[in-house]
Design a protein around this ligand. Structure first.
Ligand code: FAD
Length: 419
């Protein structure tokens, strides 16, 4: 079959690989001249297989007023009374119910496990090099209430070491690069099996491999303008370079997926959640960050990457419900200040500020499945965990298109569960 993948971020590229591997002819279309220029360009680098907490939760709901009102808060709404945001917000509130959160966590953990094994398979088979390593992840909590809730959900020790609950002193002993006052921490949870890797380097390696596939064609630097239908079926997409035809289409346009769905005549609850990152080069004498760290209160992540023999630290976070991609220096300043405070790193020089739009669904679960428009499959809406969930989502997509049984619970990601 000829399958057109719309979007060449980490989701589109992994999808294209799985479809090409299954023997399909694949066409990849993207508005940028090169791949991974959207949210996949400089994300937090965490491969968070065990810690998949959705944004919608009773804890977020409780903190929402303070989160939204303080100028330094890690969340902000600047979209005004946009009808799409109102509809998304109503679904977000429903997704905060404890039963909905439990359902999301179970589905995400299954998809994350599939992603981990698929990423290992691709990395080995294609000899991809993107600094993948099992650095372990320490999540530190400042609020006792949040810490108590998180420790109740800790996974028992398994083959991979499971999760460990740590006191504040144990947190600082485990990660000496942290310059936090133990008295201000409630505790931490450490997962030894969690990984880190540079998503952009992974995408570059996968692009290189895809370019060598005879059954893969590229239409880059070309905007997808809208759908072309015939007898109620999607038969082509209109682009700046004319129509692109295929038997099936897979929607992987990240935060722009909702607009394309609207042009196709159905509602896709994906809203952009803008985040920021900076990339720091610690001084040679500084204590290197050994594990990836999440500061739960501030919703910030710190990941030790590997790039050209150096070990920069990627600091990422912030969740602004807005759709422009302008860098707001005040939001970057939050990351600079937190890096200086938590890691004692001098952030006066160039910190490579970046922002990207996470494709966010109300319940934080991606949407993977056939759309109401015949011929269009959706693999989008991966929100805060797109790098983590990419390879499993691509496997699930290829299996569903080929009508194979998959190990992930496909129904949990269907569009109708989010309608
Ligand atoms: C600050 C930040 C930190 C993050 N940290 C992590 C992390 O630590 N771990 C993790 O797992 N995830 C993380 N994420 C989330 C992850 O990066 C995203 O979920 C993931 O990159 C989404 O991939 P995507 O391919 O769906 O979207 P994108 O990478 O945005 O790709 C979509 C593609 O579609 C193309 N496109 C859009 N519209 C059109 C059009 N009309 N015509 C043609 N092409 C179009 C774009 O050019 C783009 O290339 C983070 C995200 C951000 C912003």
């Amino acid at each position: 079959m000829k399958i057109c993948v719309l979007g060449a971020g980490v989701i589109g590229l992994t999808t294209a690989w799985c479809l090409a591997e299954a023997g399909h002819d694949v066409i990849i279309v993207d508005r940028h001249a090169s791949t991974a220029k959207g949210a996949s360009a400089a994300n937090g680098g965490q491969l968070s297989y065990a810690f998949v907490a959705p944004l919608a939760s009773p804890a977020t709901l409780k903190k929402l007023p303070s989160l939204l009102l303080s100028p330094d808060a890690p969340m902000r709404i600047r979209a005004g009374l946009d009808p799409a945001l109102i509809s998304w917000g109503a679904r977000f509130l429903l997704a905060c119910r404890p039963a909905a959160v439990r359902e999301t966590v179970a589905a995400q953990l299954a998809l994350a496990a599939l992603s981990r094994s698929e990423l290992a398979r691709l990395t080995q088979n294609l000899m991809l090099s993107f600094g993948l390593r099992t650095a372990g992840k320490l999540v530190v909590f400042r609020s006792k209430r949040e810490f108590d809730a998180a420790r109740r959900a800790v996974m028992p020790t398994g083959e991979d070491g499971g999760q460990q609950v740590l006191t504040p002193t144990e947190c600082l002993g485990l990660e000496p690069a942290l310059r936090l006052d133990a008295g201000k921490l409630a505790g931490g949870i450490f997962t030894a099996s969690e990984q880190v890797g540079d998503c952009a380097a992974f995408c570059a390696g996968l692009t290189f491999r895809l370019r060598r596939q005879r059954n893969v064609e590229w239409v880059l630097g070309t905007e997808v303008v809208g759908p072309v239908r015939s007898s109620g079926r999607l038969v082509a997409v209109d682009t700046g370079q004319g129509p692109v035809q295929a038997d099936h289409f897979v929607l992987c346009m990240g935060a722009a997926s909702g607009a394309f769905a609207k042009a196709c005549g159905f509602y896709l609850p994906i809203y952009p959640l803008k985040g920021y990152s900076i990339t720091l080069s610690p001084a040679p004498e500084a204590r290197l960050l050994r594990h990836s760290v999440t500061d739960m209160e501030r919703k910030l992540v710190f990941a030790p990457l590997v790039r050209d023999g150096h070990t920069p630290v990627r600091v990422a976070g912030i969740a602004d419900l807005e759709s422009d991609t302008q860098i707001d220096p005040r939001r970057v300043e939050i990351l600079r200040r937190a890096s200086a405070e938590l890691l004692g790193i001098d952030t006066a020089g160039d910190v490579e500020p970046w922002c990207g739009l996470r494709p966010m669904t109300p319940d934080s679960r991606p949407i993977i499945g056939w759309s109401p428009l015949d011929g269009l499959f959706i693999n989008s809406g991966h929100g805060m965990l797109g790098w983590t969930l990419a390879c499993g989502s691509a496997r699930l997509t290829a299996d569903m298109i080929d009508r194979k049984r998959s190990v992930a619970p496909a129904g949990a990601f269907a569009l109708c569960r989010a309608a």
